[in-house]
Write a protein that binds this ligand. Structure first.
Ligand SMILES: [Zn+2]
Length: 128
């Protein structure tokens, strides 16, 4: 399943970048999740829970921060939220988007995120 490979990637990233000591005390992993990402939060949370069971991250939960889709028009300079067809996004990893003002192609500024924003780590005696 898609969500399982994402969960494994997240764990790989975390174990590469964060001290084991911190990981073992991690309660929550806060993720930035772009609106364009076609991911089920429930499925990803479930996958994360299962994949972390035998790891140092056992017990940590995912927390999602949604990042709105923002785009900039290449032609008229419009910058802001752009609506897209939900059906389309199921078929294309990056849906075709167009400017609400002039219909020209837009560049995506945000909405494609899937990254670890921060961690909530259980208190211990040593602060840092
Ligand atoms: Zn435009």
């Amino acid at each position: 399943m898609h969500e399982y490979s994402i969960a494994r990637e997240l764990i790989d990233t975390l174990t590469e970048q964060v001290d084991e000591d911190k990981l073992s005390r991690t309660k929550k992993v806060h993720l930035e999740l772009g609106e364009l990402r076609v991911i089920s939060r429930e499925a990803l949370s479930q996958a994360f829970k299962i994949v972390t069971e035998d790891t140092i991250l056992n017990g940590a939960e995912l927390d999602f921060e949604e990042v709105s889709l923002l785009a900039k028009c290449r032609k008229c300079g419009f910058e802001g939220e752009v609506n897209y067809d939900d059906d389309l996004s199921l078929h294309f990893s990056v849906p075709v988007l167009s400017c609400p003002d002039c219909g020209s192609p837009v560049d995506i500024l945000s909405g494609n995120e899937l990254s670890v924003e921060s961690l909530t780590i259980e208190d211990s005696d040593s602060d840092d």
